[in-house]
Design a protein around this ligand. Structure first.
Ligand SMILES: NC(=O)c1ccc[n+]([C@@H]2O[C@H](COP(=O)([O-])OP(=O)(O)OC[C@H]3O[C@@H](n4cnc5c(N)ncnc54)[C@H](O)[C@@H]3O)[C@@H](O)[C@H]2O)c1
Length: 359
């Protein structure tokens, strides 16, 4: 087999099935799904049969012992990520991990320390970054054409009803680690910082109003970006029509995301230049645009490039830590009713856990 084809084991057959469908199975020149793993035998069999995966196991340790396995893709519930990722890194594997990478900044720093001593490349999932719309915006901003960032709005207006919370790990602090902030808005918030840079401080209010759950399902927040720009973020799971929307006003370009609730990175984005000169610069920059692949397809493709030395890691553990830092600031602000400054280090009271029962 060509050394450019990487073998993958997918662990957890919920969203893991989507990784196979969108990211791996249609890309045989890059990926071969060698194994699937799930504690639930029926789910395991269904996915292994559907995609003709040669190996199936309920024991994660079996994967660690497979010498011909390059990548372990962790798609289990959040509470198990840290242990599985560390075991996989220590076994010398490359690792993909679903969001959230782990359940606290302390855990993120533990994982990052293990990653530094391991040969494998760890890529957290943030597939919403992948789509031609968001990638074009990123290229325009990084080229300096958009100028100074002024203001952003980011909306995560989704709908989740009681049946969504039938899965036992959802809706609880101990296992889901948070609500709409942790599970849903984390994608759009990552997109906002991807495009507008890091957050300097934020104030947030959270409420649980939609479902009978422990964690929050409504959020309203104000961010001050390190650049001086302002961002307004809102999220709910009680919207009848589902919308993910980012709007970013820069000095010479205003951007608005496309309409896909679960793929807001897709083309077309509305890109409004301030004048003809800026429009011409954008046209020139994007003239030879090559489609990047949307969602998991684009992210896995860029990961493969990194594995074969043809590009940088598309999402890093530092990016995942930044997303968790934002989550920590949100929950701290909501609990203390104060503006919370970032970055957040080991001396912060919520460094070891952002859960409300810890301080
Ligand atoms: N990126 C996205 O858009 C997206 C969407 C949905 C879920 N997620 C994330 O993916 C993860 C999984 O979510 P889900 O909705 O697929 O959950 P799920 O409960 O539907 O599926 C998880 C599967 O993992 C299996 N599992 C649990 N522990 C295991 C272990 N130790 N070894 C092997 N299998 C194990 C379970 O049996 C289950 O089949 C979560 O972290 C979630 O936040 C991300």
């Amino acid at each position: 087999m060509s050394s450019h084809i990487k073998t993958v084991a997918v662990v957890g057959c919920g969203i893991g099935r989507s990784h196979i469908v969108e990211g791996y199975i249609d890309d045989p020149s890059r990926w071969r799904v060698l194994a699937v793993c799930d504690l639930d035998q029926a789910r395991l069999d269904a996915v292994a049969d559907e995609f003709d995966v040669p190996r199936r196991t309920r024991a994660f340790a079996d994967l660690l012992a497979m010498d011909d396995l390059d990548v372990i893709d962790v798609c289990t519930p959040p509470g198990s990520h840290k242990e599985l990722v560390i075991q996989a890194l220590r076994a010398g594997k490359h690792v993909v991990c679903e969001k959230p990478l782990v359940g606290s900044l302390a855990d993120a720093d533990d994982v990052i320390a293990v990653e530094k001593d391991s040969p494998g490349l760890l890529m957290p999932i943030f597939q919403y970054r992948y789509g031609d719309g968001v990638q074009k915006a990123k290229r325009i901003i990084d080229a300096g054409i958009a100028g100074k960032p002024y203001l952003g709005t980011v909306e995560t207006l989704w709908k989740r009803t009681a049946d969504y919370y039938d899965v036992p790990w959802r809706g609880k602090w101990a296992t889901e680690l948070g609500g709409v902030l942790m599970t849903h808005a984390i994608h759009q918030h990552d997109m906002m910082t991807y495009l507008m840079g890091p957050v300097a401080s934020l104030f947030a209010r959270v409420a649980t109003r939609v479902n009978a759950i422990e964690v929050e399902d409504c959020v309203s927040a104000s961010w001050l970006m390190a650049s001086g720009a302002l961002v307004s973020a809102s999220a709910t799971l009680g919207s009848q029509d589902e919308i993910s929307r980012l709007r970013l006003a820069f000095e010479t370009v205003t951007f608005e995301s496309g309409g896909g609730c679960y793929s807001p990175g897709d083309d077309p984005w509305t890109i409004l230049p301030a004048n003809d000169r800026v429009a011409a610069e954008i046209d020139g920059l994007l003239r030879d645009w090559q489609p990047v692949g949307r969602r998991f397809k684009g992210q896995m493709r860029a990961y493969h490039d990194a594995l074969v030395g043809r590009g940088p890691l598309p999402v890093t553990s530092a990016d995942a830590r930044q997303a968790l830092e934002l989550v920590t600031a949100f929950y701290t602000s909501a609990e203390t009713r104060t503006d919370v400054a970032l970055p957040i280090g080991p001396d912060h009271p919520k460094y070891r856990s952002w859960r409300p029962d810890t301080a």
